[in-house]
Design a protein around this ligand. Structure first.
Ligand code: ATP
Ligand code: MG
Length: 457
């Protein structure tokens, strides 16, 4: 079926299960990946074996989710989840089955899965694909289709609606019209799902190849209005759509993309929106910093002359700021946010080149160092990358002298005056990084101390 073979450890585990009289398959996302010719990240096995059987058969296991039938087998340097075929009981909380029971047949297990592309099983030993719902054909048509009636399946578990948006983005697939319709009807019920689960899917959606697809589904069905009322309620639909499209050109990093999409409501409200969705403080602060940087760029890099002002006006009709202005912004928002700020700023102005995104980013979950060159090559982006590459002093701790040096040179006690002098010195080296030498800063610190004591008299 695919040239990609499961690792030997997975085959070993499956052989041993079969030798003991059980049936087993690779199931779920791994089969979807295989059918798409991609190398799966995890190889989950579904089996008729009960958790106790699995624990008996393998010397090293972890009871990861015994109640749900999952045992992790440690074998050949891998951790492989083996889960007993399950059938879900009725759903009454809109998210979880009231109970699950073990089932004898893989087909029962596949029937409870969300989308047809995720409801296939594969036996690599027999090279046999079990595909009862047409998953392979739907993948060929790049279409997300529910297993069964979307109204029924989304009523059972509302999170599946957001998962549809996640997969639309990560796979670049369209969603079947019946999914759009069901999402529209059930949108208001998304509030039954814990914010943590929603944000986890939204982050994966924003790391996808085509976030505009997922965002469009959430938007058009009214799901977004319930998840992020601030955004949906106040930003014109046309503008929202432009922002979604621009997201596709940014690196596959969720927080930079959120900064773009949430730009119309400003950094502080964006931070609140993300915190209320249970993003971490750090994640919300990252978005805040990126957005603040993009706002600051508006003042120093106006689209049509005025302000700003380095020689040789920049690309896209705007003017380039001076290097010191970029250093000032980097001081304010953090060096790690500067390139993201520049890209968001350019995207908001419709000036980010197509294909500026870089898939390599998705992994690390942070802004990589030294990026910028080759990301669309906008002069402002190149300039920001150059500024950062020179590693300029941007924090008090980057200065060539510290508070103790100042106290010794200027005869000061420790106190707020020392901090103020350090900040003044940083002002100077932001203007002129070459001033960041011990001698020069000691000289400046003594002058500052004198000026401060004169002011106090
Ligand atoms: P990825 O490779 O991106 O992790 P995945 O398909 O493995 O994608 P998971 O969220 O890890 O996605 O889920 C594993 C499998 O479990 C899915 O392929 C699907 O068959 C099933 N599944 C997960 N969540 C649900 C759900 N809410 N309802 C029904 N089936 C689900
Ligand atoms: Mg998975």
């Amino acid at each position: 079926m695919s040239d990609i073979r499961p690792p030997d450890a997975v085959i070993d585990i499956m052989r041993r299960l079969k030798d003991a009289g059980h049936t087993c398959y690779v199931a779920g996302g791994a089969v979807r990946d295989l059918v798409m010719g991609r190398v799966p990240a995890d190889w989950d096995i579904a089996s008729s074996a009960l958790p106790a059987d699995v624990e008996r058969l393998f010397p090293r296991t972890v009871p990861t989710g015994i109640a749900h039938g999952t045992v992790t087998v440690l074998h050949g340097g891998m951790q492989v989840e083996v889960t007993t075929y399950r059938q879900d009981g009725p759903y009454s909380d809109g998210r979880h089955p009231d109970y699950v029971s073990f089932a004898p047949d893989i087909r029962d297990d596949l029937a409870r899965r969300d989308f047809t592309m995720n409801a296939m099983a594969y036996d690599p030993i027999e090279d046999c694909l079990v595909d009862p719902f047409g998953g392979r054909e739907h993948i060929r048509h790049r279409l997300i289709v529910c297993v069964g009636d979307p109204m029924v399946r989304f009523t059972e578990d509302k999170l599946r609606m957001v998962r549809a948006a996640r997969f639309a983005s990560t796979l670049g697939f369209d969603v079947h019209p019946s999914i759009v319709q069901a999402c529209s009807q059930l949108a208001s019920e998304i509030v039954q799902v814990a914010a943590e689960r929603i944000i986890a899917e939204l982050v994966r959606m924003m790391e996808g190849v085509e976030p505009s697809k997922g965002l469009a589904l959430l938007d058009e069905t009214g799901l977004l209005a319930h998840i992020m009322p601030d955004l949906a309620g106040e930003v014109a639909a046309d503008r929202r759509r432009e922002l979604y499209a621009a997201c596709d050109s940014l690196p596959q990093w969720a927080w930079e993309r959120w900064a773009l999409v949430l730009s119309p409501i400003g950094p502080e409200r964006a931070r609140q929106v993300l915190l209320s969705l249970r993003a971490s403080r750090h994640q919300a602060a990252t978005v805040y910093r990126i957005m603040s940087g993009a706002e600051a760029l508006r003042d120093v890099a106006p689209a049509d002359g005025g302000g700003g002002g380095a020689e040789g006006a920049g690309g896209g009709g705007g003017r380039l700021p001076e290097a010191r202005q970029l250093r000032q912004i980097a001081r304010q928002v953090g060096a790690d946010a500067l390139l993201s700020s520049v890209r968001v700023f350019l995207a908001l102005r419709g000036e980010l080149a197509e294909g500026a995104g870089s898939a390599e980013w998705a992994e690390g979950g942070g802004v990589p160092e030294g990026e910028g060159v080759g990301l669309g090559g906008h002069p402002l982006l190149l300039m920001a990358a150059t500024v950062l590459a020179s590693n300029p002093p941007l924090k008090v701790s980057d200065l060539a002298i510290n508070g103790k040096d100042i106290m010794a040179a200027a005869g000061l006690e420790s106190g707020p005056a020392v901090r103020r002098i350090l900040e003044r010195l940083l002002d100077e080296v932001i203007l002129d990084p070459a001033a960041n030498t011990r001698d020069r800063l000691i000289e400046l610190a003594v002058k500052c101390a004198k000026a401060l004591s004169r002011d106090q008299r």
